[in-house]
Design a protein around this ligand. Sequence first.
Ligand code: GLA
Length: 514
Amino acid sequence: MKQKLISCLLVLTFACFLAMTSNSSYGIEIEKPANADIYTPLPKSQPRINGPLVYGCRPGHPFLYRIPCQGKRPITFLVEGLPSGLKFDPASGIITGTVPNKGEYDVLILARNSKGTDTRKLKIVAGDQLALTPPMGYNHWYAHYDRITDKMMREAADVLISSGMADVGYQYVNIDDCWMNAPSNNDSLRVGPLRDEQGNILPNHHFPDMKGLTDYIHSKGLKAGIYTSPGTLTCGGFAGAYQYEEQDARQFAAWGFDFLKYDWCSYGKIVGIDKSLETYQKPYRQMGTILKSLDRDIVFNLCQYGMGDVWKWGSDVGGQCWRTSGDLGFELDRIFDVAIKNSEYRQYSKPGSWNDPDYIQIGWIGNASKQGIPELTPMPAAMQYAYMSLWSLMAAPLIYSGDMSKLDKFTINVLCNPEVIEVNQDPLGESGLVIKIDNDRFLMIKNLEDGSKAVGLFNRGKNEAEVSVDWTALQLSGKQLVRDLWHQKELGVFDQKFNALVPAQGVVLIKLTK
Ligand code: GLA
């Protein structure tokens, strides 16, 4: 009995030691998020239609849009004002078809269930531009690295629906690196010929049916993304597109992909020491031109870590979003610095043109430096809210990159607050302006299309701190209605300024309306 007690105590001490040491990189002691840390109210039973207010597509191409809507199923949808060529399914709320002509179409969506009704406007803009609001979805990289399979991607699509993520607007299900063959890899099922005799790129054994995979994703009203590199090999050492660019792009379109991440990687070996702007642009201009010539809408994501100030020309070469820095990796205590740096390029943020500071890594993620098996992030709850708030205020693509099979209640609450996401998806497309207060405290201010403003009051410090926002900093005057977006509640009418106690490494995210 005594021995048992001693071993129990030893286990407990060891567990405490682990809990304390594993959290040290954040500088404060971290506890697993508790129920009290859940800010986002649960979705109500009556319908709430979410998603962008404006949606871009190209005429003559396949159209697919699943109306994001929370509420108790079954929900019946009605859509008025669709252009000819589009039809909707009342039971699933999926709109399909082809918009025949260029134009702007004002659509009214209605959703009804046994508990109530909701309506929402959507402007469909058929023209040249895609991604009129930041792309939202899932990418496998930070969870599964070179362990990714067709089955896991299908599961990700399933969970995007079952978790409610798709009901707040997450839409893309994107495969990252390692779906092709490699000249060598620990996993023999990922090794094989890179191309067939006609030069067609060959997926590895874990991806037996690419068209079947995109059909599966599309059947849920979601979209599919793929990855390659302009170099001979990808960053993970798998087959790249060098000298097969057009053939590969056509193959991606034929397979049914809707999003392409184009990752510089071994292209660096091709250009050698040439660091001219033209060299940086060349492969992206080439792929951008090819993608535009295809009969599918494929969102083009430039991944070259910001070289040559990509934010200045990414849009000119046909891109819709571009990474502004290296991999965020597992160094998640850098999110504040990365965000502040990213916001320096805010003038280039606009509809169809987005600065991308990398993915949302919360929940279960694998340590990037070891391409690790996913574990629960040690990031404090407050910082996770700050992370999601920063990405929303910056109009950054909202691409979740954690283990979808392990999504927990807390993580869903951070990812799925429709009022926070609305800030991200605002049609104006503005990226927030940073106003530094001191070393720890800063504001991020984003103008919204309806004339209101979203403001993040951030505290990077290790203790709770008061953060104040003065109307003059916001170029506002008079009384403003202040709403707490995370808790989805009105805080009251304030004159001149607003003060809040902000948790250590956290945020208070508000919206101000006249
Ligand atoms: C680079 C990219 C990452 C990921 C990996 C894949 O590091 O920046 O986002 O795509 O390659 O190998």
